[in-house]
Design a protein around this ligand. Structure first.
Ligand code: 1CP
Length: 367
């Protein structure tokens, strides 16, 4: 492990991905895919076998290899750490497991003030040292290709939704009830989760992550007033505290069309957008001043290729020519996706993307 974390972050500053996050000119539109490491890759399935995902995450060599696989396979412009949004709460012993085919499941859901005692502050070096180790291994592996690594955490609301609901939910009825009925307890819960997210992200950046994404996947199930009053303050707190680390920040959620103005003001450099809002409108709703990330419908990546191609060209058209577009899907890669289609998609985005793209990569990187 030669390069120091600070050196790898400095090197990443010239990458198309980091430059696009900062709305600088780029030699080509950068692209990566949420859930790019996963079941759509045969090499991932053979690496993982049938073991628990939390065990794979806790094995730095396995986690680093799963992180790097999609870069080799697809030629994407960024890797994302192989981990999960429930790792910090698992690491402090809240009692979370990740069940195959289902997702996070909580043994004793969060119901009352006494449950706060099960959410002590995260000490990454003690509670989850394998995360920083996986970052260091992946960053060392990626160094020759100069591909930056994205660290991530779950945003306070989305992590709270699993703790309160006890698992994946379609209605979010319990978590909304807690928020409305017990605002004091709700705020205390979100404060704890915000501090854990800051600690988790800081450890990843200190180990060499060159950008961070905050996943507020289920924020779109809230009305704007609920988001503004009960979710945005804790989210903003995470983003503001992480901003001092000096790496770009991305805030993403699904179904957030009505929240994009609020999310644009949360403090992230980049706002992630799902497929429901065309990127030109998303840029306006985000209030300007932010880069956008997205937003090809993952369902249209299942193929056939002409379907994917036409939809991807539409996204590139809507992204326009202003700097500040990171191409991605509107949510995670579906397991049934053909890896060959994603590889073709990367080539198409590199050839046809126009947002902030200057002729000749060298002048672009100097600009
Ligand atoms: O055993 C398995 O393979 C289960 C599938 C799986 C994987 C591959 C889970 C369970 N987590 C992960 C890894 C993971 N999780 C990554 C790294 C892989 C990559 O992106 O390349 C990331 C970024 C996450 C983040 C995550 N976990 C989110 C935010 C992203 C999103 O999809 O919105 C969420 C909501 C989770 C919870 C979770 N973990 C796993 C599942 C199936 C779910 C979703 C459950 C639900 O629908 O509520």
């Amino acid at each position: 492990l030669s390069a120091t974390p600070a050196a790898s972050i400095a090197a990443a500053a010239g990458s198309p991905f980091v430059r696009a996050c900062r709305r600088q000119t780029v030699p080509h539109t950068p692209v990566w895919f949420m859930r790019q490491a996963g079941r759509s890759l045969p090499e991932y399935r053979s690496l993982r076998g049938d073991g628990s995902i939390l065990a794979a995450i806790a094995d730095p060599a396995v986690a680093a290899e799963a992180t790097v696989q999609p870069v080799r396979r697809y030629g994407v412009d960024a890797a994302i750490l192989f981990s999960d949004i429930v790792v910090p709460v698992h690491a402090v012993g809240f009692g979370v497991d990740v069940v195959p085919g289902q997702g996070p499941v909580v043994e004793r859901p969060f119901r009352s003030a006494s449950d706060l005692t099960r959410l002590r502050p995260l000490e990454p070096a003690v509670d989850s040292p394998y995360v920083a180790e996986a970052v260091r291994l992946a960053v060392a592996e990626l160094a020759p290709s100069k591909v930056p690594l994205i660290g991530f955490a779950g945003a306070p609301f989305t992590v709270a939704s699993y703790l309160v609901e006890g698992g994946p939910s379609r209605t979010f009825a319990r978590v909304k009830s807690l928020m409305h009925a017990e605002p004091g307890l709700w705020t205390a819960l979100l404060d704890r989760l915000a501090s854990m997210a800051v600690a988790f992200l800081t450890a990843q950046v200190e180990a060499g992550a060159a950008a961070v994404q905050l996943f507020d996947s289920w924020a779109g199930w809230l009305a704007p007033y609920e988001y503004e009053q009960w979710v945005l303050p804790a989210t903003r707190q995470v983003l503001e505290r992480v901003a001092s680390l000096g790496v770009p920040t991305i805030l993403f959620g699904v179904g957030t069309g009505e929240l994009l103005g609020l999310m644009g003001g949360a403090g992230a450099d980049v706002v992630g957008v799902d497929w429901r809002v065309p990127l030109d409108q998303a840029r306006r709703r985000g209030g300007g001043g932010r880069a956008v990330q997205g937003n090809l419908d993952p369902a249209l990546c299942v193929g056939p290729w002409p379907v994917t191609e036409a939809a991807a060209r539409r996204v590139l058209e809507e992204a326009g020519t202003e700097p500040g577009h990171v191409f991605n899907l509107g949510h995670g890669v579906l397991p049934e996706t053909d890896p060959g289609i994603l590889a073709e998609l990367v080539a198409l985005v590199h050839a046809e993307g126009r947002a902030g793209v200057t002729e000749g990569g060298r002048t672009a990187v100097a600009g």
